[in-house]
Design a protein around this ligand. Structure first.
Ligand code: NAP
Length: 312
């Protein structure tokens, strides 16, 4: 007997028939709300909130297999109370997201958006010794807020660029420190000392809005802020004001508080590199994320433990 499952319709082309074996799939369109019914599993994208209302209309639900490593779109407490398992897709997206973080660091440091605009506009007048001068990375300090899988992968890539590494995390990372020379510091020192601040912590009550106007005022006026974690770690209006007033060097962002909307002041601010949440967007990674989400569904429906639960 096939088991009824709800899967985000956008994942259809990333999944193989074998991964759907034994499942009676209803493809859930992006714009529709979760329907009422006897589905036993749901595989949502990070853009879908799954909370009390959704749990109520799915009384037979056994697993929420989120197709992302972040799971701030799921009410984990409500799910745990209902004994619904929640899973995510860690590890497989670490390299892709770390690579994209570096694309943002380099784009900000070397003013790629301005350079591309200059060429495309036909205004480029030729080589000039002072044209679009950027920031040399060697000898500068990269600060990581959050040094888990992605934060550490970003840090390891910093070594050949000759950057000094600082990080703030809840617990020490001795292997990472030994391999890279990274030093663990408190948040205020991270803000004050780094030339590039890159955010890699999840969105939680403790981290939401951590980059606010006070934090921005403690940063060096030419520092680069990069965020490939979650948009709500940054107060976007405060960031836009800091950029407008020349109190921050540049901002490279992949994520926003109210995606896909971007705060209008931030959209208009100078020295930004703004991407449409593509941290994990490689062919390989997106297939692996969908595969892990379905493997979690299959395991739980077979009565086995999930592969990557977000709580135990
Ligand atoms: P992870 O391995 O769980 O790492 C998270 C890190 O954040 C850990 O070092 C953790 O510290 C630290 N942390 C948590 N709360 C903190 C706090 N209050 N203060 C300081 N540090 C704190 O997660 P990951 O796989 O690296 O992913 C990180 C985030 O990236 C995800 O949550 C997700 O939202 C985002 N992401 C975005 C994209 C994208 O497309 N842009 C793609 C993938 C992931 P401890 O180690 O001490 O617990």
């Amino acid at each position: 007997m096939s088991l009824p499952v709800l899967i985000a319709a956008e994942l259809k082309r990333l999944l193989e028939p074998a991964q759907l074996e034994g499942l009676d799939v209803t493809w859930l369109p992006a714009d529709g709300s979760v329907p009422k019914g006897n589905w036993v599993a749901i595989v949502p994208l990070l853009s879908r909130w799954v909370g009390g209302t959704e749990l109520k209309v799915l009384p037979k639900l056994r697993i929420i297999a989120n197709c992302a490593v972040g799971y701030n779109n799921v009410d984990v407490v409500a799910a745990e109370m209902r004994q619904v398992i929640v899973t995510n897709t860690p590890d497989v997206l670490t390299d892709a997201t770390a690579d994209l973080t570096w694309a943002l660091i380099l784009a900000c440091a070397r003013r790629l958006v301005e350079a591309i605009d200059l060429v495309r506009s036909g205004q480029w007048k030729g080589w000039h010794p002072e044209l679009l001068l950027g920031v040399e990375l060697r000898g500068r300090t990269l600060g990581l807020f959050g040094a888990g899988r992605i934060g550490q992968a970003v840090g390891r890539r910093a070594v050949p660029f000759g950057l000094r590494l600082l990080y703030a995390a809840r617990s020490a990372k001795p292997d990472f420190e030994r391999d890279t020379g990274a030093v663990r510091v408190e948040w205020p020192r991270l803000l004050a000392e780094c030339d590039i601040l890159s955010l890699h912590a999840p969105s939680t009550p403790e981290t939401k809005g951590i980059v606010n106007s006070d934090a921005l005022s403690r940063m060096k006026p030419d520092a680069i802020l990069v965020n490939t974690a979650r948009g709500d770690l940054i107060r976007e209006e405060a960031l836009a004001i800091a950029l407008d007033e020349g109190r921050l060097g540049a901002a490279g962002l992949d994520v926003y508080t109210d995606e896909p909307a971007i705060h209008p002041r931030l959209l208009a601010a100078p020295r930004t590199v703004l991407l449409p949440h593509i941290g994990s967007a490689t062919h390989d990674t997106r297939r692996k994320m969908a595969a892990i989400a379905l493997a979690n569904v299959q395991a739980v429906l077979r009565g086995e433990p999930p592969l990557t639960p977000v709580y135990r």
